[in-house]
Design a protein. Structure first.
Length: 167
């Protein structure tokens, strides 16, 4: 099997692995804060569980489509306009997370929760890192990321993106 063919079939597995690595890095970043203030332990625990569970939903949905044979390759996820039910299910899972995340960030105190737990949101520039602990900045970053996602989805729906064939 050609490496690009493997990526075409198992990208979802790589994404789950990357999410796990990021989760582990988040736990490591948070450890000094937890040791310094044990009152944050429960909040970090909820964030860790939420991160691992919620952020893997789209990748599990994608994996079902790829493993079942319902989607020939990961590249077909760039073509929602074809109407493949597995691809549409993947987009539905992403939209669900966008709605759920927006509701949590803005109406359930999510931005404030993230702000109270340093290491949850971090900005890296060069070799410097800065924890983002202001709810207004977290909300702004969410809106920017959401806007970028919406633009990306709109382009996928409106553009005829060719699917590569590596065989």
């Amino acid at each position: 099997m050609v490496p690009l063919d493997l990526i075409s079939k198992y990208f979802w597995l790589v994404a789950i692995l990357v999410t796990g690595i990021n989760w582990a890095m988040f736990r490591k970043r948070a450890q000094p804060y937890i040791e310094a203030n044990r009152d944050l332990t429960e909040g970090y625990g909820a964030l860790f569980r939420g991160y691992l569970f919620w952020l893997n939903i789209p990748w599990v949905v994608m994996g079902v489509g790829c493993i079942s044979g319902g989607v020939p390759s990961v590249w077909h996820y760039l073509r929602p306009r074809d109407g493949n039910l597995y691809v549409l299910a993947w987009f539905a899972s992403v939209f669900f997370l966008w709605v759920f995340g927006t509701f949590w960030i803005f109406f359930r105190g999510g931005a404030e929760t993230l702000a109270r737990h340093p290491g949850a949101i971090e900005f890296t520039y060069g070799f410097k890192r800065k924890d983002i602990t202001q709810p207004a900045i977290i909300k702004t970053l969410w809106i920017l990321a959401l806007t970028g996602g919406i633009v990306g989805v709109a382009l996928m729906w409106s553009t005829d993106i060719p699917t590569p064939n590596f065989r």
